[in-house]
Write a protein that binds this ligand. Structure first.
Ligand SMILES: C[S@@+](CC[C@H](N)C(=O)[O-])C[C@H]1O[C@@H](n2cnc3c(N)ncnc32)[C@H](O)[C@@H]1O
Length: 249
């Protein structure tokens, strides 16, 4: 079951009403389009993401639906608006790229917009840890190499927050946590390719080619080792996503 299917199950028979996708993208848009909503608004901080998401929505976007490029740090964004259901899908981890060090304000910023329910989908941080099992070591090596390449190329990697941090900050922001669950992850080939491709792109931007060459060789070696492991073991079982259901207190 995907995280989105799990959210749909958690929602049960409640009406979706007006829905806000507070950190949109193609995947959450696909989910949004399948809901029986009265209207939806989808927000992204990036014009490129907005263009991709609009293409995904295509003709299924109705006159009452809106796709906006904005930044939650701007107090005017959707000021005075209200939604029955709000989804914050992998938004917390991505804040670092758009409003660095502002993560502690996110839930209080969303609070007046939430009429009934907020679903927070997040990833338990894994990059700073040192797992000892083979799956964990590979996932960790991939994450560290990706982030190192991004930093060297002047980019900002995601900054993920643990479930207990999220629960604490939701309560401080005036929410009551109705449900919280951790969902184990099995990474496949797509993860290996997508994360290491980010590393290749970043290494391609490095002016110091003497630094880029060993990074590229290391990424190729890691890709081969990770793909062999996925083929042999059926995936990389490591870490978890979480879904928190919160309601205005
Ligand atoms: C990792 S993507 C979310 C994944 C997405 N739901 C999907 O379907 O794949 C993070 C989203 O949050 C947005 N975002 C991050 N920080 C933001 C901010 N401060 N204000 C508005 N949007 C932000 C990004 O622009 C992006 O659209």
């Amino acid at each position: 079951m995907s995280l989105y299917e799990r959210v749909t199950a958690l929602h049960g028979h409640r009406p979706w009403g007006a829905v806000l996708d507070a950190g949109t993208g193609r995947s959450s848009m696909r989910w949004l389009l399948g809901l029986d909503s009265e209207r939806w608004t989808a927000v992204t901080g990036s014009q490129a993401m907005a263009d991709r998401t609009r293409r995904e929505a295509g003709e299924r976007m109705r006159p009452q639906d809106r796709l906006l490029v904005g930044n939650w740090i701007d107090p005017g964004l959707l000021a005075g608006d209200r939604y029955d259901t709000v989804l914050a899908d992998y938004l917390l981890g991505a804040i670092e790229g758009f409003a660095p060090y502002w993560q502690d304000r996110l839930f209080e910023r969303l609070r007046p917009l939430v009429g009934r329910r907020l679903y927070v989908l997040g990833l338990e941080p894994y990059v700073p840890l040192s797992p000892t099992d083979a799956d964990g070591r590979l996932v960790n090596e991939i994450g560290r190499l990706r982030d190192a390449c991004l930093l060297l190329a002047d980019d900002r990697p995601y900054r993920e927050y643990p479930l207990d941090w999220t629960l604490r900050h939701l309560e401080r922001a005036g929410f009551r946590v109705a449900d919280a669950e951790a969902i184990p992850i099995r990474y496949g080939e797509r993860f290996v390719h997508s994360q290491l491709d980010m590393c290749l792109q970043a290494a391609g931007k490095l002016r110091d080619r003497r630094l880029a060459a060993p990074l590229l060789a290391h990424a190729a070696d890691l890709r081969a080792r990770a793909l062999a492991h996925v083929a042999r073991e059926g995936g990389l079982r490591h870490g978890h996503d979480y879904i928190v259901t919160a309601e205005p207190a």
